[in-house]
Design a protein around this ligand. Structure first.
Ligand SMILES: [Zn+2]
Length: 199
């Protein structure tokens, strides 16, 4: 029971993580997180511990009393996803470009695509939404360290910062889909979802 899953939200109610009941209780107890009930009310550890435990509730015995198991908690300090801002991550770059190489126009599986700096870094090109696109390995190789015109290549469209949409978040359900399984090590997850620095 203590190892079963609890959904972790940030302060904007966005799912950011799945943790264990054990860890959720530690976060609650330390005041780092609040429990959320089915009415979206939030509770600190003390007020949660005082909730009545009915037989239908899942609970654990702590010291001299039973405490309900929270199934959703909210981190009080973690707020890395500003509302209305698309996170600048590999997965979101691929989503924006719909897994389409922006040079040859073909659609590829994600593992056959790379991220290309349109103006190469060696020319002072920056890592921003406006200067990165999906490119297949063949086009990336052909382009090499050149700007598109030098390589005789043309972009399908001018890359832009995408408008925010809920699909640009990190939906936990999506992470648990079976087509994600080949990617589902924590290393891959953080690879895909780590916020890239815009510099
Ligand atoms: Zn291509």
């Amino acid at each position: 029971m203590l190892n079963s899953s609890v959904l972790v939200l940030n302060r904007s109610y966005l799912p950011v993580h799945v943790t264990s009941v054990r860890r959720a209780f530690i976060l609650l107890y330390q005041g780092i997180a609040r429990a959320i009930d089915e009415q979206y009310k939030t509770f600190d550890f003390e007020s949660w511990a005082q909730l009545s435990v009915y037989t239908r509730d899942e609970s654990v015995g702590l010291v001299d009393r039973a405490i309900r198991i929270p199934r959703v908690i909210m981190l009080l300090t973690y707020d890395k996803v500003p509302r209305g801002q698309v996170r600048f991550t590999r997965i979101n770059i691929f989503r924006r470009d719909k897994n389409r190489c922006q040079y040859c126009g073909d659609v590829f599986p994600r593992n056959e695509l790379s991220i290309d700096h349109v103006i190469p870094r060696s020319y002072g090109g920056r890592s921003t939404w406006e200067n990165v696109v999906c490119a297949c390995y063949q086009c990336n190789k052909k382009k090499g360290g050149q700007i598109p015109a030098e390589a005789g290549m043309k972009l399908l469209s001018q890359p832009r910062r995408p408008r925010w949409s809920p699909f640009m978040r990190v939906p936990i359900q999506e992470i648990q889909r079976k087509e994600w399984l080949p990617f589902l090590t924590m290393v891959d997850l953080s690879y895909w979802h780590t916020e890239l620095l815009e510099i």
